[in-house]
Design a protein around this ligand. Structure first.
Ligand code: AMP
Ligand code: ZN
Length: 447
């Protein structure tokens, strides 16, 4: 299988470190608000990667963190006069519900930042001991000048590095490449943890809270080991988040952190990144309110390659809805015939697209090219790769009474007594079924 690796900026052959199992870490949500469908584009592409790896034969150990403490959470919780733990709860719950609605497979672990403070303290202690970190004004910073490979993932130029200058916020741009914060000294009114970094008089008890980047290093390595196979996220995380994760992890362990960095492109609205700060976001609820099944959004996402930008429009969503409806209708028709057949060349062709850096638009083209020749089993098989949950799309058993009415209608049609036939059709419709006349005879769908 080929996968584009952001470390080399090339498609590479993917093979895991261990023969059968893949360690896969994905940056999860910061639960200070409802996740928007841009965020879910990232989680859908990661789910597609996972399904493809599983189909190819690997066992995937997926870990996704939940950021339940950061600047934004603290600010908003305070505005609502709530403890942060209570404030994040409804957003966390909504997040898991949305994952389910989008048919995203549950990760193996969903570690929460606030439950892994001691692992973060241990990691920071190691960096201090190795001279890669220092304390200043009650906070602890990573010294980027001490880590030679700093900037490799995001391709920073040496003159862009301003070491010795510090940055205290978690999110910043390439114009501000500085020593970044690992541990933020306690501020009045903020949640904090007592920490003993075990070195020097000031470091014995630096009360505070972790920066955002250290959390992903500590939790990924706790569950997947010092070196693991794939790290995923959206392209906005390449700098500084993933860059800093590499520095912290490799700085502490001296081992290569991750072999493949896989980064998905953004969902846009009118050419701009969908984001909370631009107020151009839609949630899954907004989509449902307009009458769309969340899986229609999933289909829309599959239509674009994960490394290309995708502009969100309601018209495009409408198109996705029609395509999904066509597949579902076909499932109903095929269900009646219950044929079991596998179209081998179709499956091979489709997997060839998926194994080429997750070419989902190519795979969908293969799907539609063969559509009329596919059996119910073939469609279910493809649905499991795409995650469209069509296997659940079962035909209701046709009651005997309805079958009798269809037969009677056929008799009238045979005698060209159209009015009587139409009357029966209306009767059938009232009972929740729709008759469609095809060249091969009448077909029933649940109306
Ligand atoms: P955040 O909650 O902002 O940390 O983002 C969670 C995940 O969603 C990260 O992997 C981001 O890269 C990703 N993400 C954020 N905005 C978008 C967007 N507009 N399109 C695609 N992915 C996004
Ligand atoms: Zn992360």
């Amino acid at each position: 299988m080929k996968l584009y690796n952001f470390l080399s900026r090339k498609k590479e052959n993917f093979r895991p470190r261990r023969a059968k199992s893949v360690g896969f870490y994905t940056c999860g949500p910061t639960v200070y608000d409802f996740a928007h469908i841009g965020n879910f584009r990232a989680y859908i592409f990661e789910d597609i990667l996972r399904r493809t790896l599983e189909y190819v034969g690997y066992r995937v150990k997926q870990v996704m963190n939940i950021t339940d403490i950061d600047d934004k959470i603290i600010r908003r919780a305070r505005a609502h006069r709530m403890p942060t733990v209570d404030f994040v709860k409804p957003y966390e719950e909504a997040f898991f519900n949305d994952l389910k609605k989008l048919n995203i497979k549950p990760a193996w672990k969903y570690p929460r930042a606030t439950k892994h403070i001691s692992e973060m303290i241990t990691l920071i202690s190691k960096l201090l001991k190795k001279g890669l970190a220092y304390e200043e004004g009650g906070s602890i910073y990573f010294d980027i000048s001490k880590f030679e490979r700093y900037g490799r993932l995001s391709r920073l130029k040496p003159k862009e590095l301003k070491s010795g200058l510090r940055i205290d916020v978690d999110e910043y741009t390439k114009q501000n490449v500085r020593d970044f914060v690992l541990w933020k000294g306690k501020k009045p009114g903020e949640p904090s943890w007592k920490a003993n970094f075990g070195k020097g008089p000031t470091l014995n008890a630096v009360e505070g809270r972790p920066g955002w980047h250290i959390e992903c290093s500590a939790m990924s390595m706790k569950y997947l080991g010092k070196s693991f196979d794939i790290h995923g996220g959206g392209v906005d995380l390449i700098f500084p988040h993933h860059e800093n994760e590499i520095a912290q992890s490799e700085g502490a362990t001296g081992k290569p952190f991750v072999r493949f960095f896989v980064e998905g492109e953004h969902l846009l609205v009118d050419g701009k990144k969908m984001s909370k700060s631009l107020h151009n976001m839609f949630t899954l609820k907004d989509i449902e309110r307009r009458g769309f099944d969340p899986l229609v959004f999933r289909y829309l996402v599959l239509n674009a390659h994960y490394r290309s930008r995708l502009n969100f429009t309601w018209k495009a969503l409408e198109g996705a809805k029609n395509s999904l409806r066509r597949i579902r209708e076909r499932m109903v028709i095929l269900g009646r015939r219950a044929q079991k057949k596998t179209h081998k060349s179709f499956r091979k062709e489709l997997m060839r697209r998926m194994e080429d850096d997750l070419d989902t638009p190519g795979a969908l083209r293969v799907f539609w090219k063969h559509f009329d020749a596919l059996s119910r089993d073939d469609i279910i098989w493809a649905s499991q790769i795409f995650g469209l949950n069509l296997e659940r799309w079962r035909v209701r058993a046709i009651p005997a009474g309805i079958k009798k009415l269809v037969k009677k209608r056929e008799e009238f049609r045979g005698k060209k007594e159209w009015q009587k036939a139409d009357k029966i059709r209306a009767q059938i419709k009232k009972l929740g079924w729709q008759v469609e006349d095809t060249a091969k005879g009448p077909v029933l769908k649940s109306a």
